[in-house]
Design a protein around this ligand. Structure first.
Ligand code: SF4
Length: 307
């Protein structure tokens, strides 16, 4: 029997603040899982620590609430141990791009076939709004005593440079568009990354819903326009179509340049997609024949390798 979005909800009490962008992201994940028709006992949500860490409690699949900055290690391990599972890892920008930055880069190099979603709000919401790695230099949210003294990390650029083979950005208040991105990310053959812009109304009074909607902007006709626009509506092609260095470099370059766009125009959609690169589990399979039936843990591992 086909499952509905409601089948992916739980009765765990949700204590996110009213108006938090996290709600839209969880709704989009639930909608995507229902639309894809995944089986709940073959799907697992892994979460890190932070407000977004509670996500694994709110989605009715297997769920694992892991350690700060370490969600990718748990999630990759699960996928490698059981490649038949659909694995989605989630966490905040502080979790994934601060303490978890090393794992982020290492995951890109592996290209395990799973999805990682960052709830990107520029602050550490769970611990009262300190500046996170994506807050820009000089910005001062209401929770900071003085302007931020650090330059920010560019999540899209870092993902592209680290080797993620599907890199996209969504917006938590455009739930249907985000749902479509999640479906593309989960169906991608390789490691997919979604940076989701997620207003935190409690601690970040700069990147608010109104700010993203561009209520302070006027165009030539003196009408406000949203800061956010969709790449796919502007003829942007993110995909590597054939395995030649020039083609790959061109797609990587355009994604990196596009990732720098911020301010009055903020792109969402797919920045980069490459299904030509072999996923880690396939490479592992080639290296260790029959590893699914005879996992490395059960084999005789010696100094000279697996025999
Ligand atoms: Fe959401 Fe911010 Fe509240 Fe955390 S502190 S639940 S991110 S609004």
């Amino acid at each position: 029997m086909a499952l509905k979005m409601a089948d992916f909800k739980t009765d765990v009490h949700n204590d996110w603040c009213p108006g938090c962008g996290d709600f839209g992201i969880v709704n989009a994940i639930q909608m995507a899982l229902a639309e894809m028709g995944v089986e709940r006992d073959k799907t697992a949500i892994f979460s890190g620590i932070g407000c977004s860490g509670k996500t694994s409690h709110y989605i009715n699949t297997y769920g694992v609430h892991t350690l700060h900055g370490r969600v990718l290690t748990f999630a990759q391990g699960a996928k490698i141990a059981n490649p038949e599972m659909t694995i989605v890892a989630v966490g905040g920008d502080g979790d994934g791009l601060g303490i978890g930055a090393g794992h982020f880069v290492a995951a890109g190099r592996r290209n395990v076939n799973m999805t990682y979603i960052i709830f990107d709000n520029g602050v550490y919401g769970l611990t009262k709004g300190q500046a996170s790695p994506t807050l820009k230099l000089g910005e001062q949210t209401k929770s900071l005593p003085s302007p931020n003294t650090n330059y920010n990390v560019n999540p899209i650029g870092l993902a592209v440079a680290s080797g993620f083979t599907f890199v996209a950005r969504g917006y938590s208040y455009d739930v249907r568009h985000l749902k479509d991105l999640i479906i593309q990310a989960v169906n991608h053959k390789g490691l997919s990354f979604l940076d989701v812009l997620q207003p935190c109304p409690t601690y970040n009074d700069l990147n608010t819903r109104d700010w993203y909607a561009g209520t302070d902007l006027m165009d030539e006709a003196q009408k406000r326009h949203s800061r956010i626009y969709k790449l796919e509506e502007h003829g942007y092609d993110p995909e590597v179509h054939y395995n030649e260095e020039a083609e790959v470099n061109e797609r990587l370059s355009q994604a990196l340049i596009k990732s720098l766009e911020w301010g009055n125009k903020i792109p969402i959609g797919v920045f980069y997609k490459n299904e030509i690169i072999t996923p880690y589990t396939t490479r592992l399979k080639d290296k260790i024949p029959n590893y699914l039936e005879n996992p490395p843990a059960k084999q005789n591992i010696s100094k000279n390798g697996i025999s």
